[in-house]
Design a protein around this ligand. Structure first.
Ligand SMILES: Cc1ncc(COP(=O)(O)O)c(C=O)c1O
Length: 305
């Protein structure tokens, strides 16, 4: 997965990827109490930029705050700079970046306040989450047999390692059954999000996405909502039942790893024309212009390394 000679930033210094190891006894490995981000760097005419770097690093710190664990010994600015440095050091252009805060120390047990919170940042070439053919034809998704975890059982606004066991099971089930991705319903049976992306529907020209309370409020979600409003679309947050997916004119998902991609079938029901719809196509194109430094929002969202 990592390119040759990859170096990972670990707590203030670069180490070869094979030496970026963590002792076996730590609360992150045993109990899932760790926090991470996923973001992308892109090559542009002006050099490499990291898309919404500060927003991602702020969310990492918010995840740690929500988690109520011991603080990191680095500031947001230091982690932002270390992220840029990781992309520079590995001479990457288009890349995926994964900062992860983890526990290390001599304490193993039911505590979130003992031990030290450390952090590593890895970056590597990873062109696309979905293969090109799936992107071209549009994604096929199913409604998962797994519910999204309840917001009162897990802290869903934190991008916490343990939360992703739910996503992994749902995603694995979908892929095993021949789908590209899956949509999880919340405890009340409303559409929440995909295993690692937010979801939108388009109906009669208006855009609707589930409300923020019980989802991870994606930074791509926010980017697409902003761009769509700039274009004059009506964009609302509201409850979505699974049959509203079936009868939507268009459905699409957003995420840093997945970017903006059409969903053209849900539970084997064809969505709209069965092709990438015009609204999705327009927003996807605008998003690509933006990450390549050529959109009207690029100035505020592109962080050149
Ligand atoms: C559960 C979940 N929802 C939504 C998203 C999309 O968030 P973002 O656009 O910030 O990558 C992600 C990815 O981080 C995710 O893991």
């Amino acid at each position: 997965m990592l390119n040759e000679n990859n170096e990972i930033w670990m707590n203030g210094e670069f180490v070869p990827a094979e030496r970026a190891v963590v002792p076996f006894l730590n609360n992150t490995l045993h109990y899932g109490i760790g926090f991470f981000e996923g973001l992308r760097a892109y090559q542009t005419d002006r050099g490499v930029q990291i898309f919404r770097l500060r927003d991602h690093i702020r969310r990492l710190f918010e995840s740690i705050k929500i988690g109520g664990v011991v603080p990191l010994r680095f500031s947001e600015d230091e982690i932002s700079e270390a992220t840029r440095e990781t992309v520079r050091r590995n001479r990457l252009g288009d890349a995926y970046i994964r900062p992860l805060a983890y526990f290390q120390g001599d304490h193993l047990g039911m505590s979130i306040t003992q031990g030290e919170l450390k952090i590593g940042i890895a970056a590597w070439n990873w062109p696309s989450l979905f293969d090109e053919a799936a992107i071209r034809r549009g994604l096929s998704v199913c409604v998962s047999s797994f519910s999204r975890m309840s917001h009162n059982a897990f802290l869903l606004k934190a991008k916490a390692c343990g939360n992703y066991v739910n996503s992994l099971y749902a995603h694995h089930e979908a892929v095993t059954n021949g789908y590209d991705e899956t949509v999880l319903l919340d405890g009340q049976g409303y559409v929440s999000e995909c295993s690692g992306e937010n979801i939108f529907i388009v109906k009669n020209g208006a855009i609707l996405t589930p409300p923020p309370a019980t989802i991870l409020e994606g930074i791509t979600r926010d980017s697409v909502m902003t761009i769509a409003r700039d274009f004059g679309y009506s964009v609302n947050e509201g409850m979505i039942a699974r049959d509203m997916l079936y009868t939507a004119d268009e459905v699409f998902l957003t995420g840093s790893a997945a970017e903006v991609n059409a969903i053209t079938s849900v539970d084997r029901r064809t969505i709209g024309s069965g092709m990438i719809g015009p609204v999705t196509a327009e927003l996807r194109a605008a998003f690509i212009r933006t990450i390549r430094g050529k959109g009207t929002r690029s100035v505020e969202w592109c962080d050149y390394i």
